[in-house]
Design a protein around this ligand. Structure first.
Ligand SMILES: NC(=O)c1ccc[n+]([C@@H]2O[C@H](COP(=O)([O-])OP(=O)(O)OC[C@H]3O[C@@H](n4cnc5c(N)ncnc54)[C@H](OP(=O)(O)O)[C@@H]3O)[C@@H](O)[C@H]2O)c1
Length: 383
């Protein structure tokens, strides 16, 4: 039953920001029957628990709820889910994860126990953790979950865009997977170099998922020459956020005025050595509700995230070059290319897929290696 709840939670990823996507199932355990199931609604409300309870109606009484995250216990924009669970007469609640949000943090489960509900915690917690990681790091580290996505050619290189469009190195299936990652993100980020070379759209163009295009974020300490880009021209359709500096605004005042008029949201954050300071950037994105950030590059931006240790997953699309019959890339070769192109080291392979002549490899950071590593000359107090 928790597996069904996890699959429900997965459906909502990228749609529920700033809230986590939570899956809930109400089951009759004796009959091994699913009575109702729900996922957090788009934009984060209503939560999954009241939706599952509403669908089950009176049939919820005396039954078990499986839920991927501890029910909330505070009065926010909606009443506490713990009250809804108690009022529905559920007999047992099985929870994958406690909620690290200080407004909840064990209190939701305590309320259920006090009301006489049997509570089991920790079922399939590891899977739930990775599904919910955007929420977890947002409330505990004041940053989004960060995925670095990159595509390398069969010789391990990053071809540069033409000045008008990107150069694709992988086939349609791998590119479709890239678009699926966009649909599961709250924001996509690129650097000024990629905007200039690729002039990309950065939208999700999978059939039926166009509405799941996340906000598009550009890093440019000196945002010269951005105002005519596709991103700016389409900012009224899919939001665009420009992250820059006070001096970047002063030096490009007229262009900034035009971009603001086009609907671009401008953020000024701290710069160090002429570069946007990534801890400040991520804190700002967390403040505006971004829980999952897909960093599409290019190489200078990947390297900056790698150097700061500010990422959770790396997703490598690697062309094989010779079609589906060619051998997959070895893990050692992929790791060497990631180090060469993005300065990434010490990653653990989490999953791999063969995508019609291309490889997709998902790496994660080893546990205990999350968080910010200050560069020389700055103490962590500077963050
Ligand atoms: N194969 C792939 O997966 C892939 C993906 C994306 C891009 N690309 C290719 O990569 C090329 C661009 O790569 P690139 O390395 O030249 O540029 P980039 O990484 O896209 O952008 C670098 C620029 O971002 C701005 N920036 C602001 N703060 C930064 C920070 N903290 N760290 C790094 N950059 C910061 C700087 O411009 P300011 O001076 O304005 O601040 C900097 O010059 C393109 O040709 C594109 O085709 C390939």
């Amino acid at each position: 039953m928790m597996g069904i709840a996890l699959r429900m939670a997965r459906r909502g990823i990228g749609t529920t920001s700033p809230n986590p996507s939570v899956g809930a199932v109400i089951a009759d355990e004796a009959a091994q029957e699913v009575i109702s199931r729900a996922v957090t609604a788009p934009s984060g409300r209503p939560h999954a628990e009241p939706l599952a309870i509403a669908e089950a109606g009176e049939r919820a009484r005396g039954k078990t709820m499986y839920v991927t995250l501890e029910p909330c216990s505070h009065h926010g924009k909606t009443p506490p889910c713990s009250d809804a669970v108690i009022n529905a007469g559920l007999a047992r609640v099985v929870v994958a994860l406690s909620d690290p949000d200080p407004r909840v943090s064990g209190r939701g489960l305590d309320q259920l126990r006090k009301a006489g509900i049997a509570v089991t915690r920790g079922v399939r917690a590891h899977e739930a953790h990775w599904l919910t990681r955007g929420h977890i790091v947002r409330v505990s580290e004041r940053r989004p979950f960060v995925q670095l996505k990159m595509a390398l050619s069969a010789d391990g290189c990053v071809p540069h865009g033409t000045g008008h469009e990107p150069v694709f190195v992988t086939g349609p299936l791998a590119r479709a997977m890239g678009h699926l990652l966009r649909a599961e993100a709250d924001a996509i980020l690129i650097g000024h170099g990629t905007l200039k070379d690729d002039d990309p759209d950065l939208t999700c163009r999978l059939p039926g998922l166009a509405s799941r295009s996340p906000i598009r974020v550009v890093l440019a300490a000196d945002p010269v020459g951005i105002e005519g880009s596709r991103l700016v021209q389409t900012a009224s359709t899919v939001p665009v956020h420009l992250v820059t500096t006070e001096s970047g605004i002063a030096a490009n005042a007229e262009a900034i005025g035009q971009m603001t008029a086009s609907g671009v949201v401008i953020h000024t954050v701290r710069a160090v050595g002429g570069r946007i300071w990534l801890p400040s950037l991520l804190e700002r994105l967390a403040e505006i509700g971004v829980t999952r950030l897909l960093v599409e590059g290019g190489p200078s931006v990947w390297r900056a995230f790698a150097r700061h240790g500010l990422f959770d997953e790396v997703i490598l699309f690697r062309a094989r070059g010779g079609g589906a019959t060619t051998s997959p890339i070895s893990i050692a070769a992929a790791a060497a290319e990631l180090e060469c192109q993005a300065g990434l080291t010490g990653l653990l392979l989490h999953a791999r897929r063969h995508l019609a002549g291309d490889d997709m490899l998902v790496f994660r950071r080893p546990s205990g290696h999350t968080g910010f590593i200050p560069p020389a000359g700055l103490s962590s107090g500077d963050t």
